[in-house]
Ligand binder design. Structure first.
Ligand SMILES: Cc1cc2nc3c(=O)[nH]c(=O)nc-3n(C[C@H](O)[C@H](O)[C@H](O)COP(=O)(O)OP(=O)(O)OC[C@H]3O[C@@H](n4cnc5c(N)ncnc54)[C@H](O)[C@@H]3O)c2cc1C
Length: 282
């Protein structure tokens, strides 16, 4: 099948892109890497009158390492930074290898070469990797819209499967990712039937013993990533009863098969953060 007819705008600036989106009154879509949008257009799942191509906006490729005084040390990634640029280490990483590992596990190289971190977040596929990883990292989405710029914590960005707070006229311009505090151990475990496929379960974990913190995020659960703040799950390495109870209270125990997968990924993550050299992978 071929896409329904549409007009095409090659935007050169953020203002031009936002202006075009606003003028289209909800009948336009942004084109980033086109890895998800292309198939949706071909299947006519979306039929916008206008496509606003943002790939010519150089500022959206920028990576800013300047610390934000208020929010602490962080790196801001332009929304057009590709999975491959992160995988290859062509852009700065403040996560001791977590972000490159996440990027490396997305689909296959051709998709990673074109697909962007911003497009992935805006698409909000429940099985998408950046949604889970950036929730684990407590990132902030930077959005430019008709009323100017606003910053939205990523935990409030996802409304559910394929749903975000983006309104017609909004453009995601960047993602601010806090640097991991020294001594943080991390794990990112996912279960896919075949390499390169979307995951059936993802569990990300951050553990910092000096700070006494443990943050767990369960993704690929059919909705928005779920945050579990319960250090007790790591008691004696891994407490499966407590983990199961946490998943149940998050409403993730409806399907026995998926519950087992989430528990298995959580157990693997717990093992990883208890044996990893603090600060990064072995
Ligand atoms: C076969 C296959 C396997 C895949 N496997 C995985 C996987 O394992 N894990 C994973 O995470 N992903 C996977 N993906 C998805 C891939 O990561 C895409 O790159 C990503 O979902 C979309 O990024 P994109 O840059 O191509 O965005 P596009 O396809 O260009 O856009 C996606 C959506 O977001 C909107 N959008 C894009 N950028 C912006 C912006 N800056 N502001 C506002 N709206 C915007 C578009 O209008 C569109 O609705 C897979 C894709 C394919 C085709």
């Amino acid at each position: 099948m071929k896409p329904a007819p549409f007009d095409w705008l090659q935007a050169r600036t953020v203002d031009e892109a936002v202006g075009a989106l606003v003028a289209a009154e909800g009948d336009a879509l942004v084109v980033a890497g086109s890895q998800s949008l292309g198939p949706m257009l071909n299947l006519r799942l979306v039929q916008p009158s206008l496509l606003v191509d943002i790939r010519g906006i150089e500022g959206l490729l920028a990576v800013d390492e300047a610390d934000d005084g208020a929010a602490g040390p962080a790196i801001t990634y332009g929304s057009l930074v590709t999975h491959a640029a992160i995988e290859d280490g062509r852009v700065a990483d403040g996560t001791n290898g977590l972000m490159p590992q996440v990027a490396r596990g997305i689909a296959y190289r051709a998709i990673r070469t074109c697909g962007t971190i911003g497009g992935s977040v805006c698409h909000a596929d429940p099985a998408g990797d950046w949604g889970t990883a950036l929730t684990l990292l407590s990132a902030t989405a930077l959005i430019e819209g008709p009323a100017g710029r606003r910053a939205v914590p990523i935990e409030g960005f996802f409304l559910g499967p394929f749903g975000t707070v983006l309104a017609p006229g909004d453009l995601l311009v960047g993602l601010r990712v806090p640097r991991l505090p020294p001594g943080t151990r991390w794990a990112y475990e996912k279960c896919c039937r075949k390499p390169g496929e979307f995951a059936e379960s993802i569990v990300g974990m951050l553990r910092n013993e000096a700070q006494g913190t443990c943050r767990i995020v369960v993704g690929a659960n059919g909705g928005a990533p779920v945050v579990i703040d319960d250090r007790g799950i790591l008691r004696d390495g891994f407490d499966p009863v407590r983990a199961r109870a946490a998943l149940a209270s998050a409403g993730l125990d409806g399907d026995p098969y998926l519950l087992k997968l989430h528990l298995a990924m959580m157990q693997r993550a717990a093992l990883e953060v208890s044996t990893q050299v603090p600060g990064g992978r072995r």
